[in-house]
Design a protein around this ligand. Structure first.
Ligand code: NAD
Length: 496
């Protein structure tokens, strides 16, 4: 595959990290085990990475515990903590281009997006929590005259962060930054598909002056390293983003071990509703297409169900298809590419199997439907749209986590909201209307943690992120995420 000379030159100098970061040192797995890290762009092995197992995770947890108990990070003056996190953000910025290349190589997302979205957002998240960490106040209770009662936010201790591969660094920072800001120690377990930026983050944190043991990074498989972390008797909380089945397992592991806290962000089957009085059909069509095709559809908030008022369905679908046709599947390393490879052969096969099933169940294919760029050896599926999807179809019920849009129609508000809520998930939902009452009614009626009116994904670090129903519980982003990594302690002093 030919790529611009400037990128080739950068790639030739790129060092791919492969060692775990435990107790301030870059180490291999104690067993000597490694795994092949496959690049989805062409299916070739990028590098070999330490395959951490129970022994390595235990070592990382022990280091995190020791760091927490002796207060080397927790007890630093907030000003000092802030300085270290700001320095980390600066170093991420210094190495932003390298981080973007690592991310794009590792998961197949367009380098354009890694540069413009993933890495800048991860840096912004780091700065935001650095800025916030000395603005967390406790409270004083309504004490009688002879007593002073107050509540403080105490760090939990050791946080196990288990993160996915769709926005590897960005999702890691949604957890690592607030957990560190509250004074915790962290053991980060990146997804086996995407270890590179997490390992680089561990190195940058040491360079930034984060004391040894405060942030450990253990690459490895979910069923081994992830399970060891979640079953550890010395981890106080697991903060997770990923699939529903893994989320359920994490709750079992917590119940079977030390009743550690668990927070879960588990994706969804998010509806985007377009009413006939939509104020801007062209903008809605852009949002309908990019809402599901961005990042190859590998987005937990993907707008994978498009609900259109029957009277405008044909006109609107034509516009959506026109936008989707402009999305060219290409080499992720080409800065012109807006739609790259899926993360793995398995994820590609999952998307293709949903496409087959949609055909079998009677969905009407409107666009795409195939694997493409097969000659590259990479994992590419083109943007795909099915019309005529019924509530009983798998495409209406199950998360594909790939570039497949299901279109359904409705008549009137009640049917729209009922259809939208007809899912076990509740992460995000959106509606397009010129009627302010309908917009606000929708915001109330839609059972989702995030609701967007006349836009899609229009929010940032300042707003909480997380789901209702089987999309999970607990919130990333915003000041609420800080409280997730702390316990409330009530102290009463009797005045004598
Ligand atoms: P997954 O849930 O298996 O993986 C997510 C993380 O959990 C990874 O770090 C993985 O190593 C870890 N993990 C897996 N099994 C574990 C276990 N038993 N104990 C502890 N940790 C474990 O997800 P996947 O298999 O990579 O993807 C499957 C589906 O998950 C996707 O098709 C998609 O539907 C969903 N997904 C959702 C998100 C999201 O943002 N909500 C992200 C990635 C995947």
């Amino acid at each position: 595959m030919s790529i611009p000379a400037a990128i080739s030159e950068q790639l030739s100098r790129l060092v791919l990290p492969g060692r775990a970061v435990i107790d301030g040192a870059l180490v291999g797995a104690a067993s000597g085990g490694t795994f092949d890290n496959v690049g989805p762009r062409d299916g070739a092995v990028l590098n070999t990475v330490a395959a951490c197992d129970v022994a390595d995770v235990d070592r990382a947890v022990a280091a995190a515990r020791a760091a927490f108990e002796d207060g080397r990070w927790r007890d630093l003056h907030p000003r000092q903590k802030k300085k270290v996190l700001f320095r980390l953000a600066e170093l991420m910025e210094r190495d932003a281009e390298e981080l973007a290349l690592l991310e794009s190589l590792d998961v197949g997302k367009p380098i354009r997006d890694a540069r413009a979205v993933d890495i800048p957002l991860a840096i912004n998240t780091t700065r935001w929590y650095a800025e916030a960490l000395d603005k967390v106040y406790g409270e004083v209770g309504a004490s009688p005259a002879d007593r002073l009662s107050f509540a403080t936010h105490e760090p939990l201790g050791v946080i196990g962060a288990i993160v996915p591969w769709n926005f590897p660094l960005h999702m890691a920072m949604w957890k690592v930054a607030p957990a560190l800001a509250m004074g915790n120690s962290v053991v980060l377990k990146p997804a086996e598909q995407s270890p590179l930026t997490a390992l680089k983050l561990g190195q940058l944190a040491l360079e930034a002056g984060l004391p040894a043991g405060v942030l450990n990074v253990v690459p490895g498989f979910g069923a081994i390293a992830g399970q060891a972390l979640a079953r550890s008797m010395d981890v106080d909380m697991i903060a997770f983003t990923g699939s529903g089945p893994t989320g359920r397992r994490l709750m079992e592991y917590a119940a079977q071990s030390n009743l550690k806290r668990v927070s879960l962000e588990l994706g969804g089957k998010s509806p985007q509703i377009v009413f006939a009085d939509c104020p801007d059909l062209d903008a809605a069509a852009q949002a309908a297409a990019w809402g599901v095709f961005y990042n190859q559809g590998e987005v937990c908030t993907a707008a994978s169900r498009l609900l259109v008022e029957a009277s405008i369905k044909d006109e609107f679908l034509e516009k959506v298809v026109a936008v989707a046709r402009t999305i060219q599947v290409g080499d992720p390393m080409d800065p012109e590419t807006g739609f790259g490879a899926m993360v793995s052969e398995r994820q590609m096969q999952t998307a293709l199997s949903y496409i087959d099933k949609a055909r079998e169940e009677g969905g009407a294919p409107v666009l795409g439907g195939s694997q493409v760029r097969i000659e590259t050896g990479g994992f590419y599926v083109e943007p795909t749209i099915f019309d005529g999807v019924k509530p009983s179809h798998r495409l209406a019920k199950e998360e594909v986590f790939g570039p497949v849009l299901g279109v359904m129609t409705f008549t009137g508000e009640d049917e729209a909201f009922a259809l939208a809520n007809d899912t076990v998930y509740g992460l995000a939902a959106g509606l397009w209307t010129s009627d302010i009452n309908r917009g606000l009614k929708g915001a109330r009626k839609l059972k989702a943690g995030l609701v967007w009116v006349n836009g899609w994904d229009a929010c940032d670090i300042t707003m909480p992120f997380g789901g209702f129903k089987q999309s999970g519980f607990g919130r990333d982003r915003s000041l609420h995420a800080l409280h997730k990594y702390a316990d409330l302690k009530s102290v009463s002093v009797t005045l004598r």
